[in-house]
Design a protein around this ligand. Structure first.
Ligand code: CS2
Length: 500
């Protein structure tokens, strides 16, 4: 009779003393760790980035900086981190190399998907000095083209009518700030860590607009007691797959439902604008600066611009991951040319950065075969990404009378992806984007006539500014690219553009 297989233990406090050799563990006493940070949006990126920086900080300078992780949208955290005392494994991967480490900075998780009360209880608490957010671009309920609050967004309309039971993140923040004002009055830093330009200013604008609509003292109190620093965050950390969970179980010998995989590269630049106590993340590699703008443009236009271009071209060419796109010499060659010839010249100098070296480093990161970042994942919510990654550099070039032969390709590719010109590419896909229905509706009404279709999409003024929509060069180039992509042989067209 063979022995029954030994059950695999689950990661949790009880396992911390018995981790396999080679798995790093928190270098501080977790039992003594009290919370000071509340984070909204505990996805892969937060676990691979801010939570790791915080874990580093606690190891060199222990203090009251444990994180309470809050989700106000799916997934539910109770089933994963909640069962593991907030612990999870972070795997850094680069080609063959794997570096596992258990991160301990998240001390508690709170699910507030159906009811804002649990989130509000944490955010309004006087023990919280920093509220950080990774809620994806669309979580800000702003108009991407201008950064102002979209007062027609359904959740915002709801929150304007029912501020005591908010659904949107800006509405939840406003309610929490109101409760802070009414109770202890302690200042707080509210820090966006999403990939939108001037993310702190955008967050401040949407919250302040709601506060003004609300009336009373709240807007003034926020102005005097709340800081909204902008940040630039960077680390490629794709959605965790079943294969990643299986890897931990088979190679490390324990079960972990909250594994996260990231590349070795990481960067964090934070605007020095704090209210009250703030963690010394600058002691562990983050940069505290007076102005983040140059850093965020560099990152969004180069690294993110490349990702958002490759994702569509890759889907059209039948490829699955960014690293597959980069293994295609034509696509890789096109991306390098686009970045060097068109995106890079729009950047202001960035202190301590050689821009060409930054391009090469970004391309090397995208070639990392151990990072399985799906093209469709990056294509998700493209309407919220394209402004800062592609349209702003286009605007800057047009103002200087420069050409946009290459940057017009991702604009048309985004359109072709959204109208699901899938039959033409021999594959089908579901579009996840707040503008999916609107663009599909335009395509149904107009058909696939490139000129009419490009014109109708460019007329969406929450994405395309009047300046861009009014540019004949822009319309002509995008129409030409869209005609090519909607032609009988879109892949052939792409190859011709890439090879040109
Ligand atoms: C990606 C980003 O899905 C996406 O939009 O472009 O998540 C990207 O991987 C990160 O910004 C890298 O820091």
């Amino acid at each position: 009779m063979s022995a029954a297989p030994r059950p695999v233990p689950t990661l949790g406090n009880g396992l911390l003393g018995q981790l396999p050799a080679g798995v790093a563990a928190p270098a501080y006493d977790r039992a003594a760790l009290a919370p000071g940070i509340a984070h909204i949006g505990v996805g892969a990126f937060h676990r691979a980035h801010q939570a790791e920086f915080t874990d580093d900080l606690l190891g060199v300078e222990f203090g009251r900086w444990g994180i309470i992780g809050i989700n106000v949208r799916p997934p539910v955290l109770a089933d994963t981190l909640g069962r593991q005392d907030g612990l999870y494994t972070r795997l850094l991967r680069e080609n063959e190399r794997v570096e596992p480490r258990v991160i301990g900075s998240i001390v508690r998780v709170v699910d507030s998907q159906d009811d804002p009360a649990p989130a509000l209880g944490v955010l309004a608490s006087g023990e919280i000095d920093v509220i950080s957010l990774t809620i994806t671009e669309k979580g800000y309920c702003h108009r991407p083209a201008s950064g102002v609050l979209d007062e027609t967004a359904p959740d915002i309309m709801h929150d304007l009518a029912h501020p005591e039971a908010p659904r949107s993140v800006p509405g939840i923040l406003l309610r929490a700030l109101e409760q802070r004002m009414a109770t202890h009055g302690r200042p707080v830093t509210v820090m966006s860590c999403d990939n939108i330009p001037s993310n702190g200013a955008v967050l401040k604008t949407v919250v302040a607009t709601l506060a003004e609509r609300r009336g009373g003292q709240l807007a003034n109190w926020i102005g005097a007691n709340v800081a909204f620093p902008s940040t630039m965050v960077d680390r490629i950390a794709p959605a965790t797959s079943e294969a990643d969970l299986a890897f931990v179980e088979s190679h490390l010998g324990y079960a972990d439902r909250a594994v996260v995989v990231g590349e070795p590269f990481r960067q964090w630049v934070i605007e020095q604008r704090f209210a009250g106590r703030f963690p010394g993340w600058n002691r562990v590699g983050a940069g505290f600066v007076d102005d983040v703008e140059a850093f965020e443009h560099l990152k969004m236009r180069i690294l993110n611009g490349a990702q958002s271009t490759l994702c569509y071209l890759g889907v059209f060419a039948g490829l699955e991951y960014t690293c597959d796109d980069m293994a295609d010499p034509l696509l890789a060659g096109f991306i390098r040319r686009m970045l060097v010839e068109e995106s890079l010249p729009t950047l202001q100098p960035v202190p301590g950065v050689d821009p060409l070296a930054y391009v090469e480093q970004s391309l090397a990161r995208l070639r990392n075969t151990a990072i399985r970042h799906r093209n469709h994942q990056i294509a998700t919510d493209g309407s919220q990404k394209i402004v800062q990654r592609i349209l702003n550099p286009i605007r800057d070039r047009l103002r200087r009378g420069e050409g946009i032969e290459l940057l017009s390709v991702p604009v048309a590719a985004w359109m072709a992806y959204l109208i699901r010109a899938s039959a033409r590419f021999g594959s089908a896909w579901r579009v996840e984007d707040p503008y999916a229905a609107r663009v599909a509706g335009l395509a149904d009404r107009i058909g696939h006539d490139p000129k009419a279709l490009a014109g109708a999409i460019i007329a969406i003024d929450t994405i395309f500014t009047a300046e861009l929509a009014g540019s004949a060069v822009f319309r002509t180039m995008v129409t030409e690219r869209l005609s090519g992509l909607l032609s009988g042989d879109p892949v052939g067209y792409l190859r011709a553009v890439c090879a040109a």
